[in-house]
Design a protein around this ligand. Sequence first.
Ligand code: ADP
Length: 263
Amino acid sequence: TERRLLEIRLMSYGDRQLLLIARDITRIRQLEVMRKDFVANVSHELKTPLTVLQGYLEMMGSMAEPDSMQAKPIEMMQQQTRRMQSMVEQLLALSRIEDAIDIDLEQKVNMAQMMEILKDEAQALSQGQYQIDWYCEPGLHSHGNELQLRSACSNLIANAIRYTEPGGQISVRWESIGGGARFSVKDNGIGIAAEHIARLTERFYRVDSARSRQTGGSGLGLAIVKHALGHHHSELNIVSEPNKGSTFSFIIPTHLVAHSSVA
Ligand code: ADP
């Protein structure tokens, strides 16, 4: 016989009654798995054609005279192919992170080392147009999955840059707090209205899709962050005010941070 998956809820009903609701969610789960597989397969299949396009466009770009009629369209096509490539990368990253069950939280993560890599990435993105202030508490480390944690941090930093006008200020910090380790990115950018905040980690949810498209976002960054943090028993905290700026932060809980000092 086929195994069924039930979701069971127990609710108190009135003063002295309990209500038990059982729902068969086998089919829902199957569909979820199918959706995830589909997305992962399609993204994977798109990689090769995009690489080929990118290659030919680069070749055409280097052959076209700088101010010729072809130069501009070729540049636009290159830009859009790069955008597609980055979306495909994000889709793959999300499906990898969603699927990661039983991830190894035993790796030792050195925050200072991670910060150096984040700095290099941010440099490439910000092109010196932002004042970024970095702080990492000396000796801070934790247990967890280095790649996933770094990808969470890196998405938050990319967003701070993306949603702050050039010349803006960004502060990135790793510090200990009550035995846990707190990562935060604060910007003085465009901010987010209260009604959007709860939905930001949904796939493809964007406050202003035109702006996000323009700045090269995929709408998947915060969904990736949410899943990566979930694996580390942590969640994203967002404090923001329109036109003032935002602070995105999370805390790696004590049990992951504390026993790293023993190791
Ligand atoms: P995107 O690729 O569109 O940036 P994300 O999932 O990373 O997708 O973010 C979702 C939305 O959250 C963004 O489209 C933007 O509207 C909002 N957002 C994220 N970070 C910030 C920030 N630092 N300041 C203002 N808005 C932000």
